[in-house]
Design a protein around this ligand. Structure first.
Ligand SMILES: NC(=O)c1ccc[n+]([C@@H]2O[C@H](COP(=O)([O-])OP(=O)(O)OC[C@H]3O[C@@H](n4cnc5c(N)ncnc54)[C@H](O)[C@@H]3O)[C@@H](O)[C@H]2O)c1
Length: 369
């Protein structure tokens, strides 16, 4: 029997969950045992988990969980702790790419003989992620782009206020539609054009779906992917769209999509959302800003000689805007792989994840010598 223990997230503003009440129900029906830590932050009420048959416990109890329980979460473990970790944890550990503090966290697992099966590195035989949050990142990012354009019309000169997560997708769409209606009226009845770069990917599909959902007509949704950019940038066409949503997966150096100087000239572009967020990458194809923005302060202004405003949104955890739907989609995609925990050592996905963990622990040990 597989035993899953859903821990409560402790990162501020994190309302998402790796396992939702509906995926828990499917797993319980298959004979899994599931314990869920109560959480006031999670978008799903504790009662929703209790109702489907999960065993409920207080926050942080995972430290005392039976050794055979898989501790499931999304974000990092609480900061500042140093004790050895003995369980197998399934989460986004953010320590396999030498991120800040990577040796500390791997050292805790090494000392406790625990294991990380990192959600970011659960890949199928084709190397594709089995579950990712991309779709809702694009969806939320495009929503902020359209809303920012509306804000520029409705409240000229004022910075875009912060966002709180929306209870569901329907409420986000209604909110944007209402704002768009009023902004378009001030724009002579003209809807803005939304250009999505990397439109064929997960984030790109989310961004185009949002544009459609709020009523942008097909002819005003400009979808570009590798085929349209193969000649190499910069691309003056981007400056002709009011809203630009960058959703590419940058895996090699490419010329910039546009330059700072180009922004001084003629343009309609006034709202950029960099979903890809390659902010500090030397090959960031949008080299006109240098910080990651936040839900509290969603955009940064780009100075230009053209008086039309220009803002960039570069939030790197966009799916948090829609915790319910993004969790449901992620958890649904993850479900078949979770079910394969029943025969984990026959599963290539889990075996690769475990091998990667051991490789990273070895790299950490080598560093210490
Ligand atoms: N900001 C956030 O909250 C957030 C959340 C999730 C993912 N992301 C990031 O978004 C990016 C995209 O993720 P994804 O899951 O959608 O990736 P993906 O691989 O599904 O899609 C990327 C798309 O970009 C296209 N592409 C790559 N290079 C291009 C180029 N030069 N010109 C045009 N198109 C190009 C690809 O063909 C593909 O269709 C990643 O960098 C990911 O880390 C950000």
């Amino acid at each position: 029997m597989v035993y899953l223990w859903l821990r409560a997230e402790t990162k501020p503003m994190e309302h998402r969950a790796a396992l939702t009440p509906s995926t828990c129900k499917t797993l319980l029906d298959r004979g899994f045992k599931i314990t869920v830590e109560r959480s006031p932050e999670r978008i799903f009420d504790d009662e929703e988990y209790a109702k489907v048959g999960c065993h409920m416990v207080p926050i942080g109890e995972w430290r005392k969980a039976p050794r055979n329980a898989y501790i499931v979460g999304l974000k990092e473990l609480p900061e500042g702790e140093t004790d050895p970790l003995e369980h197998t944890h399934i989460f986004f550990a953010h320590c396999f790419k030498n991120q800040g503090g990577w040796t500390d966290i791997l050292g805790r697992f090494d000392a406790g003989k625990g294991t990380i099966l990192d959600l970011e590195f659960l890949n199928d035989d084709q190397g594709r992620r089995v579950a990712a949050f991309g779709y809702h990142a694009g969806f939320a990012g495009a929503a902020i782009g359209v809303d920012n354009w509306c804000h520029q019309k409705l409240n000229p000169g004022q910075p875009l206020p912060g966002y709180k997560p929306f209870p569901n997708e329907g409420q986000l769409i209604s909110y944007i539609k209402e704002r768009l209606g009023r902004a378009v009226a001030l724009n002579g009845g003209e809807l803005p054009e939304v250009m999505v770069m990397g439109a064929l990917g997960r984030c790109g599909r989310g961004a185009t779906d949002l544009a459609r959902a709020v009523g942008i007509p097909e002819e005003k949704i400009i979808s570009w992917d590798l085929n349209e950019t193969k000649a190499g940038g910069p691309f003056p066409r981007i400056l002709q769209a009011e809203i630009f949503v960058n959703c590419i997966y940058l895996n090699q150096p490419i010329p910039p999509f546009f330059t700072k100087e180009m922004l001084d000239g003629e343009r309609k572009l006034s709202a950029i959302v960099d979903v890809s967020c390659d902010t500090t990458n030397p090959h960031n194809p949008i080299p006109v800003y240098s910080i990651n923005t936040t839900f509290e302060s969603p955009v940064v202004a780009v100075p230009s000689k053209n008086p039309l405003p220009l803002d960039v949104c570069s939030i790197d955890h966009l799916p948090t805007l829609l915790p319910r739907e993004s969790s449901e989609a992620f958890s649904r995609d993850l479900l078949p792989t979770i079910i394969n925990l029943e025969k984990r050592h026959e599963s290539a996905v889990w075996n690769r994840a475990e091998a990667l963990f051991h490789q990273k622990v070895q790299a950490m040990r080598d560093l210490a010598i």
